[in-house]
Design a binder for this molecule. Structure first.
Ligand code: FES
Length: 153
């Protein structure tokens, strides 16, 4: 992936290139690209004059960071207890089947990323699927089709 280094530099400069701001810098880069491209992390290491392994260590330690590209549309299936007992596993399996990917992956066209989460705080609506931050309650495998819109099977 081609990285715009001037964009990275302006993020790094906002924090005066301080080593102690590594996490904030990575957060801002992820907000820009929806994930942390390897080239961006290399550039941060160079600019902050810290070992690459340190940048990668932070990026892999915090769950909030993603090292894989994300799709334009994010689908999170709640696998918390309340949703699980109401059949969220079947909803997840139907999404995996329709999208042709497993949870944690992104479709080859970069359209969808499918992930699981544990309780999104709407247990009464379970099973819950969150599509692009929009909550969909009482999901069933049959409703998956309309959730995905015009996505073909
Ligand atoms: S368990 Fe799914 S919202 Fe709480």
């Amino acid at each position: 992936m081609k990285i715009d280094e001037s964009k990275l530099d302006s993020i790094i400069n906002e924090y005066n290139g301080e080593k102690g701001s590594l996490i904030s810098i990575l957060q801002d880069i992820q907000a820009q690209y929806q994930y942390l491209p390897r080239e961006a992390m290399d550039h941060v290491a160079k600019r902050l004059k810290i070992p690459r392994v340190q940048v990668f260590g932070v990026a892999t330690f915090f769950k909030a960071f993603s090292l894989k590209p994300k799709g334009k549309q994010q689908i999170h299936v709640c696998m918390g207890t309340a949703c699980h007992v109401r059949g969220s596993r079947m909803v997840l399996e139907e999404l995996e089947r329709k999208l042709g990917i497993k949870a944690g992956d992104t479709t080859a066209d970069n359209e969808y990323t499918l992930e699981t989460v544990n309780c999104v705080g709407a247990c009464a609506l379970g099973p819950v699927v969150v599509k692009n931050e929009e909550y969909r309650g009482q999901m069933t495998p049959i409703k998956v089709e309309s959730l995905l819109g015009s996505k073909k099977t």
